[in-house]
Design a protein. Structure first.
Length: 420
């Protein structure tokens, strides 16, 4: 039996799916990337360090903030720059806004719609206008946080190595704090919405890996290390040495493995590593679901995203409030351009993102390395698909393809990131 989906809709980028079942055994189950290589890393070589955040943010239109800030963090390490506390908090605010807008888009318009007959986000919104209005208000809040601090919601303008081109005023921070209180009830509605869906009963054990904050009691942070449920701990150097990328026949996407096997890095992985440090409303909501950990059902990544939306709405209020009592003048850090190497790890909406650069004495990039979440999660997704096909092979063609799409969409892959 051959199962082929030529184009997977409701996903960033272009990809299809091919599965082969021979005599009852799955011989192949693979998401096939159908985009050309974009060669962003090569494009960076020979460019000034100042160009790097501008270019890397173009890797993805859905998550430009994390690419830009991760590249800035790596460059600051190369120049031995320690950004001010206020700079770090402002960056964390932008990252929180990005996760909110990305998760809400994915949950309502891309993933959850697979569970309804019409399978279209606009139709779903038409049938549930009041709920959809609140969901869109929630997504607008995330975008607005980015815009207020970064100058615009897509490809922000203000972040730079050492700090900011323009620093937001206290009125902007007060606006973020006020709006976060307004949309918090809306974020809880998303969890109820996901729980109302009939999630497939599927389980496959995997290794969960996520960035764990250096500060105790925090769910996410600018500083930290990689942790695994298998007991593995890694800083940027160890992470890159142990996570190996490779290309497989028929695709230009880079695929990553650890110790020769697949692993999961996404919202569900973050819950496994850091759930005890969720903000109060998110923590209570997670407890009310009755979910038990470890949870090896990948379909629940969408629910994990909904829990994170609550957390990051709360986080925006906390971070904005903290900055309101700070002096935002002269928060930029002076530095000298010099030869060096820098690397950074941060959590993107879809999982862990890695950037590293070699810089010469004039501030010119001589080598660049980017490892995206999708390059890591595609291997795990393919392993899940291979295990899932025997569960659904008895279904008719349309139902079988829908179940495959449910699993793929639950991962929220970004194909353009994978072909960077």
């Amino acid at each position: 039996m051959k199962i082929q989906i030529d184009h997977i809709a409701k996903m960033e980028g272009h990809a299809g799916f091919v599965g082969h079942i021979v005599k009852g055994k799955v011989k192949k189950a693979q998401v096939e990337v159908e985009e050309g290589a974009r060669l962003i890393e090569s494009l960076l070589v020979g460019r000034s360090y100042e160009d790097v955040p501008v270019i890397t943010s173009r890797i993805c239109g859905l998550c430009p903030v994390i690419h830009g800030i991760t590249s800035i963090k790596a460059l600051e390490q190369a120049f031995d720059i320690t950004p001010t506390k206020e700079t770090v908090i402002l960056r964390e605010l932008m990252l929180a806004g990005q996760i909110i807008q990305s998760h809400v888009l994915h949950i309502f318009f891309l993933s959850a719609t697979d569970y309804f007959k019409n399978r279209d986000g606009l139709d779903l919104a038409g049938e549930n206008p009041e709920f959809a209005k609140k969901v869109l208000t929630l997504r607008d809040f995330g975008n607005n946080v980015i815009k207020l601090i970064g100058g615009r919601a897509v490809h922000p303008l203000t972040p730079k190595v050492g700090g900011w081109h323009k620093i937001p005023n206290k009125e902007i921070l007060s606006q973020i704090e006020t709006e976060s209180k307004k949309v918090l009830p809306y974020s809880k509605l998303l969890v109820d919405f996901i729980l109302s869906l009939d999630m497939p009963n599927f389980k496959r054990k995997t290794e969960y890996i996520a960035h764990k904050p250096k500060e105790k009691g925090k769910y996410s942070s600018y500083y930290g290390k990689m942790y695994s449920l298998e007991g593995w701990i890694a800083d940027e150097e160890k992470f890159r040495n142990e996570i190996k990328e490779q290309q497989i026949d028929g695709t230009v996407a880079k695929l990553a493995k650890r110790a020769g096997g697949s692993y999961a890095t996404d919202a569900l992985a973050r819950l496994h590593i850091n759930r005890e440090n969720l903000n109060p409303n998110a923590k209570r909501t997670l407890k009310s679901t009755g979910l038990e950990f470890p949870l090896y059902n990948p379909f629940y990544n969408t629910l994990a995203q909904a829990i994170e939306v609550i957390h990051y709405v709360e986080e925006c209020r906390k971070l904005a409030g903290e900055l309101e009592s700070s002096n935002l003048k002269n928060i930029n850090t002076k530095f000298e351009v010099k030869k060096g190497f820098g690397s950074a790890l941060l959590e993107a909406p879809r999982g862990t993102l890695y950037h590293s650069y070699d810089i010469d004495e004039k501030g010119i990039v001589t080598r660049a390395d980017v490892m995206t979440p999708t390059a890591q999660l595609l291997v795990n997704l393919n392993d899940d698909l291979k295990r899932y096909l025997p569960h659904i092979k008895k279904y008719k063609k349309e139902r079988r393809e829908l179940e495959i799409l449910k699993l793929i969409h639950s991962y929220d892959p970004c194909i353009s990131c994978s072909t960077h």
